[in-house]
Design a binder for this molecule. Sequence first.
Ligand code: PHE
Ligand code: ZN
Length: 878
Amino acid sequence: MMFREADATAVKLSEYKPYDWLIDTVDLDFQLDPKATRVQAKLVMRPNPKGRRNAPVVLDGDELTLASIKLNGKTLAATDYDVSASSLTIKNPPREKFTLEIETIVNPSANTKLMGLFRSNAIYCTQCEAEGFRRITYFPDRPDVLSVYTVRIEADRDEAPFLLANGNPVEAFGIKGSNRHYAIWHDPHPKPSYLFALVGGKLDFIEEPFTTMSGREVMLRIFVECGKTQLTGFAMDALKRSMRWDEKVFGCEYDLDVFHIVAVSDFNMGAMENKGLNIFNDKYVLASPETATDIDYENIEAIIAHEYFHNWTGDRITCRDWFQLCLKEGLTVFRDQEFSSDERSRPVERIGDVRRLKSFQFAEDAGPLAHPVRPDTYREINNFYTVTVYEKGAEVVRMLKTLLGERGFRKGMNLYFKRHDGDAATVEDFLKCFADANKRDLSQFARWYSQAGTPELAVRGSYDAKAKTCTLDIEQMIPPTPGQSAKQPMVIPLRLGLLDGKGRDIALKDAKGKAVSDNLIVLEKAAQKFVFSGVKEKPAISLNRGFSAPVKLATNFGEDNLRFLAKYDSDPYNRYDAVEQLAMNELVASASGSNKSPEALIEALSNALDNASLDDAFLAQLFSFPDESDIAQKIGGNIDPDAILAARRKIKRDVGVALSDKLAARYQKLTNHRAFSPDAKAAGRRALRNACLDLLAATEGGAEHGRAFKQFEEADNMTDRMAALAVLCQHPIPERETALAAFEQRYRNDPLVLDKWFSVQARIAEADALGRVHKLTKHPAFSMTNPNRMRALIGVFAAGNPSQFNRPDGKGYAFIADTVLGLDSKNPQVAARLLSAFKSWRMLEPSRRALAEKELKRIAETPGLSPDVTDIASRSLA
Ligand code: PHE
Ligand code: ZN
């Protein structure tokens, strides 16, 4: 890329320079062919007034065959340009407007990296973010070069009856006397190359019209592999709801005549927001009650919304450079989370989002791969599509909203859309809109973008009965992270409540008796004291309500405070969190050998089951305890994964036994025979019922295993069938193999459903799991080159089965290392992501740590690795 250093391979934010040229228009002509697709590109270029004056034209390229090159219609002499493996340089271009015509040949069938032009089940499709366009033609493949694209695609009619690209359709015709046909597309919105997309192939589609807020008609279409349109109804519904929501909440209207989604089987990520032509991993489009779980439905809705929302936050306003990735991703995740909150249950959505943040992002922040929300250096940008950029990036936007209030936040967003429409912007541009619109100084707040690591707050609460004051002494500390040893204090918005003896919220007043607006305090210094006056009795303290800041708390409030909050907190998130902390305390004690019964937790859960005001989805969250890697995070070092597994099994058994009557009664009560609906309420019912099933089965009673098997056999939807299968898989009982065989038989022709079957087995926490996973790699439905299959089986084993990945003999590590090495030459992006399963290796007890290190070193020392895997291996070891 443009500002890569000559010697080192690192790209640095501080070295950003604008590109020396502007490219006003790009005309592309594709002659699609499975092995030799010809790409003719015509670029109209002129010097960038902000660029260097006598610069050459340097274009990026990767695995391209250059067929011809012309400048202003004349073929360039070989001495006029240089071609290397990664670039094409025109040494002495004109210093005024000119046309560059470049012809390249690419082989989509050989493209296993799934970047650039590739084929998925014979469908031609593209993926260009972040640096895939250079695998199609020579081009300044960076997000700050914006151009208007016109695309002509020609192909065999039989092979590719549908030909799609970004923007609006211009014309489509057969070519006389041949089996060829073509289509022309024009996208009037200037865009960077990473948003380019093309699709060609045999497809089926559904379509529905949508009228935008200003009354324009847009045709929405979802294209899928032939025979799959009956699985697209939910995605279409989610799309229409997303479009309406963005109009209503942000005033964002769609801006082309068509909006197209294409679902393909081979895709590295979840989906891609190419302008007017979103391309999706089919896992996030296709759904029916028989094949998709409630979680699948929820993900489809969220990802359809996410990609659609990118039309404004990503496409209309894009990023200046890849350091600014969170500008589009963090903001768009925030937007999709808000959408899901409005469409479903806000508290339950928040609990789920925070759970994911704590499980994955806090873990990333605490290990060798920690990096700021906006990194300032990278070796391989593909490795920065992380939970830190996405999820922590969303939390930073959420804090901005908390600090500025609903209206102040909207003012800032409106200004951002107005001021930067059509720009390639930066995080500074974004923040400035909020600062200007609200007349606020956000310079300290900006540290959330530059300082990595999860802030830790030490909080001391005290009550003065005489003065009737409650005081919070809060210190903030941010642990060191790679490249950042010393940190500066952050702006930390904390919502809080003080509860009286009956569990009611006390009206908050500061030391001077002034009402605390929004129940919000803002920490800005390393240490700060907050005094609340007029507190008539010693209160219970509920801090960081709604998880208003992504921080860790250590308080002196004690277990009684937790028990009280679990029962009374008016903030649903903190009420959930109190129960989770009770569970976590028991889990940590039990993992280090304590054998006591989890009384406080059982009491809290029992109360919750009796409380008719709590909804099912919320209760289901209370009954799904922290998972093994969360517990490991909490313990923080010298980790023995087997002890953690045993602790988790024990707590489930203890709770199951203590509450078996109530759980069984609730299970029964939630059993209904109504027709399936994927809505949030019905999903909540299923989630709670399945949580009951899981805990009842944890008592290891034969009758309970029978209950699970019966549910497996009788289920009329995938959620219940899969939940029962997952329960059976936790117990070494004959029904497990019977059910697995039946499932395989039933879904053998549906790879997306078989992924669930792979995953559920990859999670079996028993000593023969590795053997089972190894055997499954030989299953006819498994494929090394399909990212979904890889992740379902091997990715889940590495990231979702801690006791077996971390086998004491190191064979789990060796297996993953071998897989990474075998996959790297085919698909480095997926290989690198698999390797990041080692991200918490330093926390392990010494003998496992040594074995993990040995495998990481073996990888790092292998010659000829991709930059992707080299980068993860070296940062993991640093
Ligand atoms: N930009 C995509 C999204 O979040 C993610 C993606 C990145 C897809 C890189 C493909 C490649 O929404
Ligand atoms: Zn995104």
